[in-house]
Design a protein around this ligand. Structure first.
Ligand code: 9WN
Length: 464
């Protein structure tokens, strides 16, 4: 049966890859949560945990659920889910800025009890998508697993609703459907050229010297953000701390306020997942109306960010009052938000296939570089300025499947798996050579590989 669909050598390769992915997750497992990576990132990161839960869903329903529950135990009173929950057992000097630097957050009346300390930023809300995926996989498996997944959805639903409500109020006081970020770290795509212009306008003064521990964990400093980037990152943190981590004060005074289209599109998709969860847990009708309204608001907001000339969706700098005209994979995100008219879907697919992304000559594989090689900010080895990121490919693959674009989705899935099988579970990859870059043994790379391995035509055929 299996041999009919894929050659035996490929199946054996896939089985081996699944075993290796599980080993990475097991090695990074800290009990109820998972380190983003063993050396570079020894703490729990918010959107990493969501992707990790998606991978764990295929191994153990309860452990997958625990990954999200443990993160949500540190949710702020406002509903914010912190971008990092610090591991009290991490080696001193392993990550900067660490818990001491963020201890200020514990002084906020909205912060959860500490230790463990959290940062006071947040990251893209993949969590409801992950929670629903845990349930979907468990339902397929049936039996006790399905019961455990339903109980988990009932438990996590109020936290998810509060989290989305936080984003659509504190981070969207304008009611635009688009989420404002206060720091490039909140976007999850830290040094993307998307942030070059708004960051250049941030004036840094009197910053105390600080260590770059991150550089110890990569083969070459050019793979990480520059010192000039880091000065601005830390300066923004200082300003956020000075504002008492209070959103209203930050909104009044902060020099970096950007409507992030990738974050906002993920929120639309997460709201769709939340609406399904609301139905499954029997939430009240008002919740469902509210969530449905958030979805409409988000799609309308993203529609207004469309740049017809580029065929992409652009971030908006609130301080400067203008769109940020850069050519990155974030511009394709209405695909992730879904609900597209056929003409809009066609434009986005054309952009994805074009010589700006997967059709660029000389790419190692038909996968979209995080920044288009046609953009002046492109750098094939520097973090979010060009390398391929498996989690971004996962989001696009997932969106394409939902849009019924199965052939292109399958191409992304197969190419990503091939790359990981050949080069390992790296944080990101050089788009022309496929060279693994950044951290090794990155948890979310292993997690999305597991989900892809369980989601291909082989699984579908076996299920049939
Ligand atoms: C800052 C953990 C995180 C990811 C981000 C990625 C990187 C941190 C860093 O690592 O960011 O949050 O120190 O560079 O950009 O997306 O969540 O994997």
């Amino acid at each position: 049966m299996q041999v009919k669909i894929l050659p035996r050598s490929v199946l054996v390769g896939h089985e081996r890859l699944a075993v290796r992915a599980q080993e990475v997750l097991r090695h990074n497992d800290m009990g109820g949560w998972t380190r983003a990576a063993p050396e570079l990132y020894p703490h729990q990161w918010s959107w990493d945990s969501a992707f990790i839960a998606i991978g764990l869903a295929h191994l153990n329903t309860r452990r997958a659920a625990r990954e999200l529950e443990s993160l949500f135990e540190h949710q702020w009173k406002t509903g914010k889910v912190p971008h990092i929950v610090f591991n009290p057992e991490a080696q001193p000097g392993s990550y900067f800025p660490g818990p001491d630097h963020w201890a200020c957050a514990a002084a906020s009346p909205e912060a959860p009890p500490a230790p463990p300390y959290t940062s006071c930023l947040c990251q893209p809300p993949v969590h409801a998508i992950a929670a629903l995926r845990i349930w979907e996989v468990a339902e397929r498996n049936g039996g006790e697993e399905a019961g455990a997944a339903r109980a988990f959805l009932r438990e996590i639903y109020p936290g998810l609703l509060l989290w989305h409500r936080y984003l659509l109020t504190y981070r969207d006081p304008e009611g635009s459907g688009l989420i404002t970020i206060f720091h490039p770290w909140e976007s999850g795509t830290d040094n993307s050229p998307r942030w070059d212009t708004p960051l250049a306008a941030v004036e840094v003064s009197d910053l105390a010297p600080y260590p770059r521990y991150d550089l110890q964990h990569v083969a070459n400093p050019s793979q990480r953000p520059t010192d000039a980037d880091y000065d601005r990152y830390l300066w923004l943190v200082k300003l956020i701390k000075k504002a008492g981590c209070n959103e209203r004060s930050i909104y009044r005074t902060h020099p970096f306020l950007v409507k992030d289209v990738l974050f906002s599109a993920i929120l639309v998709a997460a709201n769709e997942a939340l609406l399904t969860i609301a139905g499954l847990v029997g939430a009240q009708a008002e919740d469902r109306t509210l969530i449905a309204d958030w979805i409409k608001r988000g799609r309308r907001g993203l529609g207004r960010c469309r740049n017809p000339e580029l065929g992409l969706c652009l971030d908006h700098d609130l301080r400067a009052g203008r769109a940020l005209r850069v050519h990155t994979v974030a511009g394709l995100v209405p695909l992730v938000a879904g609900g597209l008219r056929p003409w809009h879907l066609a434009i986005l697919l054309e952009a994805l296939r074009s010589s700006s992304f997967i059709g660029y000559p000389g790419l190692g594989r038909p996968l979209p570089p995080s920044t288009s090689p046609n953009d002046p900010g492109f750098d094939p080895r520097s973090y979010w300025r060009g390398p391929l990121w498996p989690v971004i490919d996962w989001l696009l693959w997932w969106a394409l499947e939902r849009a019924g674009e199965n052939q292109l989705a399958e191409r992304l899935r197969e190419s990503s798996l091939e790359q990981i099988a050949e080069e390992g579970f790296a944080e990101y990859f050089e788009p022309f050579t496929g060279e693994p870059l950044g951290s090794k043994e990155q948890s979310w790379t292993a997690a999305v590989a597991l989900d892809w391995l369980a989601s291909g035509p082989r699984r579908k055929m076996l299920a049939a």
